[in-house]
Design a protein around this ligand. Structure first.
Ligand code: AMP
Length: 138
């Protein structure tokens, strides 16, 4: 059976999409620790991040680098933190969390409750910044 993240990639479950290419997909975490908290995944279904083929893992981080830059340009923060948990969803993913302090990556904290309109606006801003960067690189 497909993972929930594969269903998101296939459009069977909605997501606040930030960026996509043929191998990777980025979207807002539905229970964010901070505004702009995102997940970056390979489309290939693998449970454990470090079981990915090394080249794919490297390329996933390069994709995440571009997404992180787009988030940093869109959300006031000092930098983007990277967290790997994978305790809930068995489909490899990287959390990108805008940081202003250490407590911003405390996953025991109550999550933010953002309105759908806020999530849509955030996703729009971040995905525009991502597209702009991709165009600049081309
Ligand atoms: P973990 O597997 O422990 O890294 O946690 C999975 C993360 O995925 C959690 O932060 C959830 O809020 C997030 N998540 C689960 N389902 C969805 C979804 N449908 N859309 C966006 N984020 C999700």
């Amino acid at each position: 059976m497909s993972t929930i993240f594969t269903k998101i990639v296939q459009g069977e479950i909605p997501s606040y999409k930030l960026a996509e290419d043929d191998r990777f997909y980025a979207f807002l975490d539905i229970n964010p620790l901070a505004k702009g908290h995102a997940l970056v995944i390979p489309k290939q279904e693998t449970d454990y991040l470090f079981d990915l083929p090394p080249a794919l893992l490297g390329d996933l981080f390069q994709f995440a680098q571009r997404v992180a830059e787009a988030i940093r340009r869109s959300v006031p923060c000092k930098r983007i933190g990277v967290v790997v948990l994978g305790l809930e969803v068995p489909h490899a993913h990287i959390h990108l969390v805008p940081l202003n302090g250490e407590s911003d990556v405390d996953f025991r904290k109550p999550k933010l409750k953002l309105l759908p309109e806020e999530m849509t606006a955030l996703a729009g801003k971040i995905s525009s910044a991502y597209q702009l960067n991709v165009k600049r690189e081309a």
